[in-house]
Design a protein around this ligand. Structure first.
Ligand code: 5GP
Ligand code: ZN
Length: 112
């Protein structure tokens, strides 16, 4: 499958990893939008939030259960933002479900 993030999972494309387990991977974004900008992805290819369902959404709970640990590794004790862009209108450019973890400064509050 021609998916950039699947290639990062398989190691075909290198990444600067922050956290990995059997279900998920977190790595630094190649063009950070904040002093800390990490992308968290499931290892299972799910294209986007719009394709989540009862069968595949447990991994989202797993990602969120690990966010405090990942945030701690990144010294984000003062807080952070989690963002998901979904499909074209949401600004998603890589069609493999991912959550942006942003922090390291006081982020502006504009959401859209
Ligand atoms: P999206 O716009 O789909 O929500 O987020 C995709 C993110 O992936 C972008 O923030 C972009 O900078 C990041 N990205 C794209 N290609 C690469 C890459 O090859 N390596 C890494 N580490 N991040 C990437
Ligand atoms: Zn993929």
């Amino acid at each position: 499958m021609d998916c950039l993030f699947c290639k990062i999972i398989s190691g075909k494309i290198p990444s600067n990893k922050v956290y990995e387990d059997d279900k998920i991977l977190a790595f630094h974004d190649i063009s950070p939008m904040a002093p800390v900008h990490v992308v968290i992805i499931p290892k299972e290819h799910i294209c986007c939030a719009d394709k989540l369902n009862e069968e595949n959404s447990q991994v989202v709970a797993h990602i969120f259960s690990k966010i405090p640990e990942i945030a701690k590794l990144l010294n984000l004790e003062n807080g952070y933002r989690i963002v998901n862009n979904c499909k074209e209108d949401g600004g998603q450019t890589v069609l493999h479900l991912h959550f942006h973890l942003l922090g390291g400064k006081k982020l502006n509050t504009q959401l859209a």
